[in-house]
Design a protein around this ligand. Structure first.
Ligand code: SF4
Length: 191
């Protein structure tokens, strides 16, 4: 997947494409787009319609194509054409929220960050490790509670755990290796 390229620009754009989109669709769209352009300057040379065609059928592809252009403009205008490596700078970029910014820090710059997606939010609450209503709040509690050395791998572990064991609707508690330590907060049905 493009997010593995370690190029902060490709990671940023691929993460933007991945929002509300299945992984395999994101991977193929990223490949098509990065065949056309891999730098902000080159990306801006592409008409927006060309970007739309390259990334279709990712979710909200028209809005994302616009954001890609706006991000590239901002990178050239404010950051010398480079992706910044600080959270507050990343958050100034159009369409970039905390999840994307954290991923860019972790994958692009090997800096600590906690990417809180739906799996991380759900499982952290079920375990009773946090008691939060929103992913944003979960991130803040984890930043305060979880030792920094675990931040980067937390997302990867919980995403695969959420896809295979701790499913959203009916978790496999009977085959879960951490059942003895789990508060099962909010779990009403399990297997
Ligand atoms: Fe998820 Fe059930 Fe395991 Fe708790 S015991 S982590 S709810 S699968």
């Amino acid at each position: 997947m493009a997010q593995r390229s370690r190029d902060p620009f490709c990671i940023l754009i691929a993460c933007l494409l991945s929002l509300r989109t299945k992984d395999h669709v994101t991977a193929q769209a990223s490949m098509r787009l990065f065949r056309l352009a891999r730098t902000p300057r080159r990306m801006l040379e592409l008409p927006r319609r060309t970007i739309e065609r390259a990334i279709y059928p990712v979710g909200f592809y028209r809005i994302k194509a616009r954001h890609i252009h706006e991000i590239c403009h901002a990178l050239l205008r404010h950051f010398g054409g480079h992706v910044p490596d600080a959270m507050d700078h990343l958050l100034t970029l159009p369409g970039v929220g905390r999840k994307t910014a954290n991923l860019v820090l972790v994958e692009g710059f090997r800096k600590p960050g906690i990417c809180v997606d739906t799996h991380v939010h759900r499982i952290s609450n079920r375990l009773g490790y946090v008691r939060t209503k929103t992913p944003g709040h979960t991130e803040m509690v984890l930043r305060a509670r979880l030792p920094t050395r675990y931040w980067s791998e937390y997302n990867e572990l919980f995403v695969s755990f959420g896809q295979t064991v701790c499913h959203p609707t009916s978790p496999w508690c009977s085959r879960c290796p951490v059942e003895a330590f789990c508060a099962k907060e909010g779990v009403t049905r399990s297997r």
